[in-house]
Design a protein around this ligand. Structure first.
Ligand SMILES: [Zn+2]
Length: 389
């Protein structure tokens, strides 16, 4: 009996080893894995990438710093690796590996217990393609690995990358500013005023703390998300879960991004909302990009709309019509809808539209209700109204 049990156990082990297709990360020349620490960091990262880094199944994962995992997940974040949100948005980790094959570029020692690991994602075949070649490589990641009690654990870059940045506090606003930027206290006061005024106007709780990062360049911004190179165009990113704003410019009163944070109420459903609603509200209150006001954005968008007569609201909502380096078509159209809703139904209408539901179908129902017309009529009428601006 014992003999059969042993055979059965061996078969199970053999099968599970066989069924798990394990990849082996390749390295560029010059990385000395005969050194114990370099090898440990390499193996840690190799195991991490092999164990579904696109999933949160491993709440007890053995690779990442425990406190960081608990902190991110307890705040409602769907992941704890800052780069995961961007990397696994449209491709799974497995698809990623087969499409953009990762390759270790460097494993560098920062101090006695700290290393960084840089990984290039690259598709050799597509690099020669006339269209896809320019989307390649999409990024180089840079993760930190810290030794704790003889073992290495992965950590996000944000705390390390900002440790020598300048810090300023204005009540709940905690600024972390890249040393190349000059802080503007007047703008910080304006930001504070906006938060208090808007929270009182819409009956929203004032956040206890908002972390506000100004990075100065896109490269510095990407570093805070565990990238040492990033192809995507990112100027500002806010996270409601982390109550955190990260922006490129030296704008210490970025009303658009602040709106994303403060429009939050414990009584509201947590589910997401269509892009036109989420960005429409932030643009209505603070303009599309933190540089121009909403009324300036609207003037430009009206002018453009008058030129492209065949455009439909569906084209805008489905992102079929878009600009290369900004999202103004959908942002400003959404903002204009909020402007009309506010004019007719004030704060109550704005909150109703903001909480319309998750899908475009939910948005359409609320629009019909607020504008008292069939959606098919609304979608033509609203673009005509914008053109009149
Ligand atoms: Zn936004």
């Amino acid at each position: 009996m014992k003999k059969y049990l042993l055979l059965f156990t061996l078969l199970i082990i053999g099968f599970s080893l066989f069924s798990q297709k394990k990849h082996q990360l390749s390295l560029v020349g010059g990385i000395d894995t005969s050194k114990v620490d370099i090898k440990s960091v390499y193996e840690l990262f190799n195991n991490y990438l092999n164990d579904t880094p696109d999933s949160i199944h491993f709440k007890t994962n053995p690779y990442w710093d425990r406190d960081e995992v608990n902190d991110y997940l307890s705040k409602g974040m769907p992941y704890f690796d800052e780069s995961a949100g961007l990397m696994y948005r449209s491709l799974s980790a497995e698809e990623h590996w087969s499409f953009y094959e990762p390759k270790i570029l460097a494993i560098e020692q920062v101090d006695s217990n700290l290393y960084t690991i840089k990984t290039l994602y690259y598709n050799e075949t597509y690099s020669k393609d006339s269209v896809y070649g320019c989307w390649n490589p999409p990024y180089i990641t840079k993760h930190y690995c810290e030794r704790q009690g003889g073992k290495y654990f992965l950590k996000n870059a944000i705390t390390y990358e900002t440790q020598y940045w300048n810090k300023y506090q204005y009540e709940m606003l905690h600024y972390l500013v890249h040393p190349s930027l000059k802080f503007n206290s007047k703008q910080a006061e304006e930001a504070l005023k906006f938060i208090k005024k808007t929270c009182s106007q819409y009956n929203l709780p004032i956040p206890k703390r908002i972390d506000y990062y100004c990075t100065g360049t896109r490269e510095e911004l990407a570093k805070l998300f565990n990238f040492s190179y990033l192809l995507s165009y990112m100027n500002g990113v806010s996270s409601k879960y982390l109550s955190r704003i990260i922006i490129k410019d030296d704008n210490f009163s970025h009303i658009h991004e602040l709106s994303h944070i403060i429009f939050n109420h414990p009584k509201w459903r947590k589910n997401s909302r269509p892009l036109i609603v989420n960005e429409g509200l932030a643009t209505f209150l603070g303009g599309a990009d933190g540089k121009k006001s909403f009324s300036e954005n609207l003037k430009e968008w009206a002018e453009e709309l008058r030129q492209v007569d065949t455009l439909t609201l569906d084209d805008i909502i489905e992102n079929k019509y878009r600009h290369l380096t900004d999202n103004n078509p959908i942002y400003v159209t959404g903002a204009y809808i909020f402007k009309l809703v506010y004019r007719q139904h004030q704060e109550e209408g704005v909150i109703k539209l903001f909480n319309c539901g998750k899908e475009i179908a939910d948005f359409k129902i609320v629009i019909e209700n607020l504008f008292d017309m069939p959606y098919d009529t609304f979608k033509v009428w609203i673009l005509e109204k914008i053109k009149e601006e």
